[in-house]
Design a protein around this ligand. Sequence first.
Ligand code: HEC
Length: 154
Amino acid sequence: MKRSGIATAYTFAACLASPALAQMSVEDQIETRQAAFQFAAWNMGKIKAQVVDGSVAYNPEQMQAAANAVAAVANSGLGSLFGPGTGMDQADGTKLKPAFFDEPDKAREIAIRFAQEASKLQAVARAGDADALAQQFRAVGQSCKACHDRYRAK
Ligand code: HEC
């Protein structure tokens, strides 16, 4: 799992370095990445409700489906939705800070972490231990937050 997370994160990084791969318009890249993050957040919310808050009864199959979705987003090559000209200094309707483009090594490190933690979430959900899933949910949440703190405007 860890290895595939790293490979995917490198894909993210490779896409950053290969603007030719981003054939979508700036607008479409922004809309698609926002939708992808919304979808990830919706699935993170299901996990939180069942294994962190306990506001919804624990259902292992639903937890696997949710974790699969988060991992799929993290491993989808999201980097190609962060093409040149999609920062908030150059485009409307986005909160992506220009810092993202100024420090590719740090952005890569943060993306790798997200892919690793999301892949681990998928493995933990499959194993079916609710407490372990709650713990890994927090680790994924921290990897989301690390990126938001640095690259997403308030
Ligand atoms: C690699 C950096 C990065 C990671 C990792 C990341 N995000 Fe984000 N997220 C962003 C950026 C940048 C934006 C703003 C995108 C824009 O406005 O173009 C954003 C926006 C969002 C939004 C708002 C989308 C909208 O409609 O505008 C939500 C919700 C969100 N992220 C949730 C999450 C969750 C949940 C995770 C972890 C499971 C996560 N993000 C991981 C960078 C990241």
